[in-house]
Design a protein around this ligand. Sequence first.
Ligand code: FES
Length: 235
Amino acid sequence: MNATDMIRFELDGREIDAVPGESILQAARRAGTDIPHLCYTDGLRADGNCRACVVEIDGERVLAPSCCRAPKPGMKVKAESERARASQRMVLELLRADVPADAEKADSELAHWCEELGVKESRFAPRENPTPDRSHPGIAVNLAACIQCTRCLRACREEQVNDVIGLARRGADTAIVFDFNDPMGTSSCVGCGECVQACPTGALLPAALVDAPGAPVAMPALVRGAFAEEEAEVP
Ligand code: FES
């Protein structure tokens, strides 16, 4: 590729070059600057549904999701301005409200970005949490930690062409489901693990990791509790 094909734009006062077809977020990451992001991950189509990656673009009134916006020559983008940061923090705080502390994977991407932007706790009320689903032998499901970023859905549908995972219902009731809202263990899941790799919070984890004694994730406290009750009922 010729240098003349590159798209030069400004990010927080620094000039960077984007390859045609790259988003602002992709170009920024390639240039060594990360912008908060959760529903975007390398290798999956950008979906633009979490809004953690919003940036200010000179001349535009509304903040733009950097994972879905292509840079233009001369564009001036601010990812660290007061306005962009306030909005990124608000998104993280809202998402964190939905994830109980004992359901969040300690080293999750959500935890990472909350730490980076100083979001310690949420002022918002949590939603009603679904019961953990331990019906699958290889994958532990805890949708209490789900932020509906749909990375699992895209990984299942677009990477593996399995199409087991979907989004059901609308608005605040939106939820990840397996097939027709089946327990994961009785769904058509083949256990490939792409969804586990894609999940940024720990809503989907390897069952072995969750069940390991002293497992290094916070989620097992909740899951193990539910699982222990099931085991106690086995004669
Ligand atoms: Fe851009 Fe989620 S990472 S909207």
